[in-house]
Design a binder for this molecule. Structure first.
Ligand code: HEM
Length: 127
């Protein structure tokens, strides 16, 4: 079943978190012009995360009676929230506004995403 979709998904969000961090630091230092570059690449990367995420999610619907369909849907929703939070945090920083509420949601959603992704759902690398 491994056609590299899981790996591509992991590369996608791994790269995403990295680009998010770089843009975050640059916006915090008020280097708005420089921050635009990682921010734009991150937006393209959202598409990769979404594409691979939905392909993976689809497998749970194809597979009749998978016992993990509900967990996979929750994982997908949490993943979507992570993406929305990254974008909102960066836009708030760019406008020099507080992103506190988004940070809280970001961490909660990220923990849920990683727990479900690595800990509970059956595909992928980790046992
Ligand atoms: C930044 C956002 C995201 C992060 C950090 C993330 C993280 C992860 C992780 C850690 C795994 C497990 C990889 C493994 O077991 O080796 C995974 C798998 C998966 N992700 Fe995501 N993901 C994100 C976005 C999404 C989105 C938007 C969707 C769907 C709409 C999605 C759907 C899935 C599905 C269905 C799997 C397969 C789970 C399995 O069968 O093991 N993910 N993701």
């Amino acid at each position: 079943m491994d056609d590299g979709m899981i790996l591509t998904h992991i590369i996608g969000w791994g790269l995403g978190l990295l680009l998010f961090f770089i843009a975050l630091v640059l916006y915090s230092e008020k280097k708005k012009k420089q921050a635009t570059i990682p921010h734009m690449i991150l937006r393209l990367d959202y598409l990769l995360i979404l594409y691979t995420g939905f392909v993976l999610l689809w497998r749970y619907f194809d597979e009749d009676g998978s016992s993990f369909t509900v967990q996979a849907i929750i994982k997908g929703i949490a993943g979507l929230i992570v993406i929305v939070c990254m974008e909102m945090i960066l836009v708030k920083l760019k406008k020099e506004k507080s992103a506190k509420a988004w940070w809280i949601i970001f961490f909660i959603a990220l923990v849920i995403t990683l727990l479900l992704g690595f800990g509970i759902l059956p595909m992928g690398f980790l046992p």
